[in-house]
Design a protein around this ligand. Structure first.
Ligand SMILES: NC(=O)c1ccc[n+]([C@@H]2O[C@H](COP(=O)([O-])OP(=O)(O)OC[C@H]3O[C@@H](n4cnc5c(N)ncnc54)[C@H](OP(=O)(O)O)[C@@H]3O)[C@@H](O)[C@H]2O)c1
Length: 338
């Protein structure tokens, strides 16, 4: 078993990590870190558990540690669910101290030698770890994309061989995407908020890197344009997106591409049976009905229409965050980087 820790273990994504790692077959969760407000206290005392699964007892007794690589000499890998401004320095400190970091934070995603990976889509980008090693890091940083970009990029992957240069997307994003304290109840009930800070920019640039080509020690962006409009809606979990892609392919060809999609990887414990699932009912996917497909790791697509227009949806704190990082860590382990 590989000993692992979580940074930001008390937050919305941190709690998902606890859920996914508590009984993981390859990783043993031994370290939980948070801010100085929570450090030195028992995890069960400081966490405001909000998930619809039982709190794992063994984890509840762990004492929360300070967020400092010096507190982490018993683990070889950490999962980061830190706010971006905090992650920026801490993650580099960990990598320099010989600890691998699988990060959800946006701080390093676009840096030249930092892989931005969805294992089914661009596993080869992990090779950028070799460039980090040449820079003298004993550890590494590997990132997963923003919680909406993962659904968009996964759904675009089977269509990429059919050819397109322009993508438009309008998101309907769940409130859990803003973190545990994120959106005030009085702001989101009975409402739609047509602005999420920096979300559109992240979708527009991250998608190009993920669908891009690894050349030497960097990634050349995919030659496409993405234009995004992001909105917060009163849904707890599950980001839904309406997508327009200017491919010459017919709806039937696109449906076939979705149906026949085969991920580039296999043999990982968190890999769902279907990474992408085509739903044929005319009113699907829906967050409440479809977010838990594949234990929250399946991206659903539906309503493929002339244009091409379609809807995609996935669980933002599992497929879009903690589950994505855990799958990255499994790939890293399978490829012997740990
Ligand atoms: N929510 C999503 O769907 C989602 C999806 C993809 C990516 N992300 C990214 O994942 C990260 C975490 O998001 P979240 O939604 O889980 O946020 P959150 O619920 O606000 O949790 C933040 C976590 O960071 C800790 N923290 C805050 N300030 C700290 C400090 N100065 N030093 C050490 N730890 C500190 C908090 O600990 P305390 O409890 O002690 O304050 C808490 O554990 C963010 O970068 C976010 O952009 C989120």
């Amino acid at each position: 078993m590989i000993k692992v820790g979580i940074l930001g273990a008390t937050g919305a994504v941190g709690q998902r990590f606890v859920q996914l790692l508590a009984r993981h077959p390859w990783f043993e969760l031994t370290a939980l870190c948070a801010s100085d407000r929570s450090a030195t206290k028992c995890y069960r005392e400081v966490v405001n558990w909000r998930l619809d699964v039982a709190f794992p007892d063994s984890i509840g007794d762990l004492i929360v540690r300070r967020t400092d690589p010096k507190e982490l000499d018993d683990v070889s890998l950490v999962f980061s669910a830190l706010p971006a401004d905090i992650a920026s320095k801490v993650e580099v400190d960990c990598a320099k101290a010989g600890i691998g970091v699988c990060s959800n934070a946006s701080s390093h995603r676009m840096e030249k030698h930092i892989p931005l990976v969805i294992p089914e889509v661009n596993p080869e980008h992990l090779e950028l770890i070799d460039a980090q090693r040449k820079e003298g890091w004993d550890g590494f940083i590997v990132t997963n994309p923003n919680c909406s970009t993962i659904m968009l990029s996964t759904s675009l992957t089977p269509i990429q061989p059919l050819g397109f240069s322009d993508v438009k997307v309008a998101t309907m994003q769940a409130i859990s995407g803003a973190g545990f304290q994120g959106v005030a109840a009085m702001s989101i009930y009975d409402n739609v908020i047509p602005y999420i800070g920096e979300e559109e920019e992240k979708m527009e640039r991250e998608t190009l890197k993920i669908l891009g080509t690894l050349k030497g020690d960097s990634v050349t962006d995919a030659p496409i344009q993405v234009s995004a409009s992001c909105h917060r809606v009163p849904v707890i979990d599950g980001h839904t997106m309406a997508v327009w892609v200017n491919t010459p392919a017919s709806p039937e060809k696109v449906k076939d591409a979705f149906r026949n999609y085969v991920p580039k990887i296999s043999g990982l414990p968190s890999l769902p049976k279907k990474s992408l699932e085509l739903l044929l009912e005319k009113d699907r996917p829906q967050p409440r009905l479809d977010r838990n497909r594949g234990d929250g790791m399946t991206v659903s697509v539906g309503r493929i229409r002339e244009g091409i227009r379609y809807i995609t949806m996935g669980h933002n704190t599992i497929r879009g965050a903690a589950g994505a990082s855990v799958l990255n860590a499994e790939l890293i382990s399978q490829r012997k980087y740990l």
